[in-house]
Design a protein around this ligand. Structure first.
Ligand code: GDP
Ligand code: MG
Length: 295
């Protein structure tokens, strides 16, 4: 990769209570340009929502699963929450609704931890009763904290989204891209899921088995509470299949259990994982198989 000296790149984390409109905004911000992450180094702390690449910038949008839930246990978990969602972000997008009150208990610790990189988005301005209500709300937030910016938006109607983008870019650090810019897919979540399984196989087996293994998540169905996945694990020979599955299936079970635990942290949801092992003779040498696996 050849980068420009002033290339900007960073992690932009979206936080906010459920239903404020985070996903709607994401879709507007990323548009059709969703690309993926190919690095195994990705931590399991964040759920990558999408990436936006330009000639001289790369924005990696993510959120932290399960945060700012109303039942969120404050105090003890708060510091960890702050660390995860705030410190790791280069730019934090804090999203509230136009009718929302200031939840000091929740917000104070976050704001104490970060200076100058929080952009407050006051969403759903289309629901504001009138101009005055909106102005009152904005001055309420202004008084509460000195945000890097306060932008009233309607994620749904696409109002002021360009301003959000401009402000993000303004606060993004100069940094080379974190991920290759030329790899695109519409299935980043499947990719992460297969990487997690692959990692467990590498940790469990020695020598040639991991290197002869490929994992494809062929089904990925997400609903509100659970993600159901089907993973197809290909090995090159029957003997490898035997090793992978293990005595009475113990090997495969171990991989599945460990992978599922990590996936649940990563996706912030319960995961149901089905695994199938099949022999794809010499898949590594077969070109059509390789392209199917995404190489
Ligand atoms: P999330 O839980 O924060 O990701 O919220 P979603 O993006 O899923 O949105 C929750 C609900 O709010 C959905 O019904 C959206 O259509 C709606 N919504 C999001 N943005 C706006 C907006 O700007 N105006 C209005 N009226 N509704 C919105
Ligand atoms: Mg959402």
């Amino acid at each position: 990769m050849s980068e420009k000296p002033n290339h900007k790149s960073g992690f932009v984390n979206i936080i906010g209570k459920p239903n404020v409109g985070k996903s709607t905004l994401m879709n507007k911000l990323v548009g059709e340009n969703v690309s993926i992450i190919t690095s195994k180094a990705q931590t399991t702390r964040h759920r990558i929502l999408g990436m936006l690449n330009g000639e001289d910038f790369q924005i990696v949008y993510s959120d932290t699963p399960g945060i700012l839930k109303p039942q969120y246990a404050l105090h003890k978990s708060m510091m960890q929450f702050v660390r995860l969602s705030v410190e790791d972000a280069d730019v934090l997008l804090l999203m509230v609704e136009v009718g929302e009150k200031i939840d000091r208990e929740l917000l104070d610790p976050i704001l104490r931890k970060t200076e100058g990189k929080i952009i407050l988005l006051v969403n759903k301005i289309d629901l504001a009763k009138n101009e005055q209500q909106l102005e009152d709300k904005i001055s309420m937030w202004k008084e509460y904290h000195e945000f890097a910016a306060i932008i009233p938006i309607s994620a749904l109607k696409g109002q002021h989204i360009d301003q959000v983008f401009d402000r993000i870019l303004e606060h993004l650090p100069v940094h080379p891209p974190y991920y290759p810019k030329d790899q695109f897919t519409d299935k980043p979540e499947r990719f992460f899921a297969s990487e997690i399984i692959r990692e467990k196989i590498f940790q469990t087996y020695k020598q040639e088995v991991p290197y002869s293994t490929e994992v494809v998540v062929s089904e990925f169905k997400e609903d509100e509470k659970i993600i159901r996945m089907r993973a197809e694990i290909s090995v090159e020979r029957n003997s490898q299949k035997g090793i992978l599955i293990g005595k009475k299936g113990a090997g495969l079970k171990k991989i599945g259990t460990e992978a599922r635990k990590d996936m649940e942290v990563f996706f912030g949801k319960q995961v149901f994982l089905e695994q199938y092992v099949k022999v794809e003779k010499d898949w590594r040498r077969k070109k059509n198989k390789l392209s199917q696996f995404g190489y």
